[in-house]
Design a protein around this ligand. Structure first.
Ligand code: CTP
Ligand code: MG
Length: 218
C-alpha cells in the first residue's frame, strides 16, 4: 500500500490511538459504568454512600456521589470487560499485525502489538488492577474536591476527568511487584492516554448528559 510517508504517519497516529485505548479499556469501562448502573440501583434504594454520611470538618469525607454499589459495579464490570477483551485479544492481535504490516507502520513496533494486544500475564493483570485503581482514583478525586469545598456534582476541571487515570497509575505503582503497571506502558501509548482522556471524558459525558444518563455534563 501507500509508500507515502505522510499517509503512513497519519495511519500510525490512528494506530497509536487504538493501542492506547486498548490498553486503558478496563479502566474506562469501570469508570463509565458506575454512572448508569448506580442510577438504576439507586431507584431500588441501593445507594449506600462510602463515607457513611460522615463529615471531615465542614464537608462530607467523599460525598453522596460515591456509593458502595457504584464502586462494586464499576470494579466487577470493569474486570469482566477486561476478561472479555483478553479473550478477544488473539483475534485482534492477528488483524492488527496484518493491518500494521499492510500500511507499513513507521512508529509502532511489531513487538508492541504482540505484547499489548495479547493473551498474556501482563494483560491479565491490567484487567484485574485497572478497574479497582480507577475506582480508587475517582474516590480520591472526590476527597480532594470536598477538601476544596467543591460540592458534589460541581465541576473541578482536569481533576474530574483525570482522577481515575491518576488512580490507575498510583494503584499500578503499588502493585508494581506483580508486574503490570501503567508506568511500564511505553510513553508512546501512555502520553496519548493522559492527553486524550480529558477530551474523551468530556465528550462522552456531554452525550450522557444530553441523553439523560447523567445529571451534569462533566
Ligand atoms: N457513582 C457512584 N459510586 C461511585 C462513583 C460514582 O454511585 N463510587 C455515581 C453517582 O451517582 C455519581 C455519578 O456516578 O453521582 C457520577 O459520578 P461522579 O461524577 O464521579 O460523581 P459526582 O456526583 O459528580 O460527585 P463528585 O463531585 O464527588 O465527583
Ligand atoms: Mg462529577
Amino acid at each position: 500500500m501507500p509508500g507515502n510517508v505522510f499517509i503512513r504517519l497519519l495511519l500510525d497516529y490512528l494506530f497509536i490511538f487504538y493501542m492506547s485505548m486498548w490498553i486503558i479499556f478496563p479502566a474506562y469501562l469501570a469508570n463509565a459504568v458506575m454512572v448508569p448502573v448506580s442510577r438504576r440501583l439507586e431507584k431500588r434504594g441501593w445507594n449506600h454512600s462510602m463515607d457513611g454520611g460522615k463529615f471531615l470538618g465542614e464537608t462530607r469525607v467523599l460525598g453522596a456521589g460515591k456509593t458502595i454499589e457504584g464502586a462494586l459495579a464499576g470494579t466487577t464490570i470493569g474486570i469482566l470487560g477486561g476478561i472479555v477483551q483478553l479473550l478477544l485479544a488473539p483475534a485482534f492481535q492477528f488483524i492488527s499485525l496484518k493491518w500494521h504490516g499492510f500500511y507499513g507502520s513507521l512508529l509502532v513496533a511489531n513487538g508492541d502489538i504482540m505484547f499489548y494486544i495479547a493473551w498474556n500475564r501482563t494483560s491479565m493483570i491490567r484487567a484485574l488492577i485497572f478497574p479497582p485503581g480507577a475506582i480508587l482514583g475517582d474516590m480520591m478525586g472526590s476527597f480532594i474536591k470536598r477538601r476544596m469545598h467543591v460540592n458534589r456534582g460541581e465541576s473541578l476541571p482536569l481533576l474530574d476527568q483525570l482522577d481515575f487515570i491518576i488512580g490507575v497509575i498510583l494503584f499500578s505503582l503499588v502493585s508494581h511487584g506483580i508486574g503490570a503497571s501503567l508506568i511500564q506502558v511505553s510513553p508512546l501509548y501512555l502520553v496519548p492516554i493522559i492527553i486524550l482522556t480529558p477530551l474523551i471524558h468530556l465528550a462522552v459525558n456531554r452525550v450522557a448528559f444530553k441523553t439523560g444518563i447523567k445529571d451534569v455534563p462533566h
